[in-house]
Write a protein that binds this ligand. Sequence first.
Ligand SMILES: C[S@@+](CC[C@H](N)C(=O)[O-])C[C@H]1O[C@@H](n2cnc3c(N)ncnc32)[C@H](O)[C@@H]1O
Length: 266
Amino acid sequence: MFNQLTDTQFKKFRDLIYKESGMHFSDINRPILESRLKARLKKAELEDIEEYYRIISTDDKEMKVLLDAVTTNLTSFFRNKIHFQGFETGVLSAIRNTRKDKRIRVWSAGCSTGEEPYSLAMVLKDKLPDWKIEIIASDISFNVLMKAREGFYPTAKITGIPPNYLQRFTNQVKDGYVMKDEIKKMITFDYHNLKNVPVYKNFDVVFCRNVIIYFDAAAQEHVVNTIYNTMNPDSYFFIGHSESLFGMNTKFEFMKIGETCLYKKK
Ligand SMILES: C[S@@+](CC[C@H](N)C(=O)[O-])C[C@H]1O[C@@H](n2cnc3c(N)ncnc32)[C@H](O)[C@@H]1O
């Protein structure tokens, strides 16, 4: 097993991961990449890092496993509450007034273990009870998608869910809570690499929060403009509170609803 990657090895892995996913490992993040590679090699019972590089260069399946292994999946229910305030008050009331067909399509891009799309589903079920609601939730990690589909969350993880939503939309089980079927069936969980053009379209709202933070500027711009093309006119785009489209060549327009910062496709 390698101790540390050589500079050449680091560059090779970094560049390949970037080319495949947009995720960029800077020099500062080098130890993270090294430790995740070590973990993967151990699990795959491989010793030789050069051999592993040859494998991922030719084996699409193992490349996907590696991309999964290097993702950061931190998330929580109603993460960044201020976004959900703006979503509930400004965005949904605007959509309610304009979409006469009572349909709404939402995309949680980079959904991790599902807390974000389930938060959106609970709000939408509550606020638009008689609407046709479709939520697509996608990620590049098969592991998180599997957990998301299960919809089980240990008690320690459900703290952000408002008590009335917890009571209405989940079933208490041993050691935690499971999302009720009426909530689960609102969401289609799907594998999608944001580096690629999606088959999805016609979104009224897209949440892509805390995902592009791991990309460099060129990959961020590519992903943001690809997402733009999947959205309906008069739609809304949320990114993480520490992310910004400032300086990016994009047609999204910045807007504020109360304290909530978001973007609009006119
Ligand atoms: C930190 S989590 C954010 C989860 C959620 N959006 C939130 O804000 O709580 C970032 C997620 O983006 C996913 N991701 C990273 N690169 C991706 C890519 N190229 N395509 C799709 N998903 C990606 C990761 O697997 C991870 O689950």
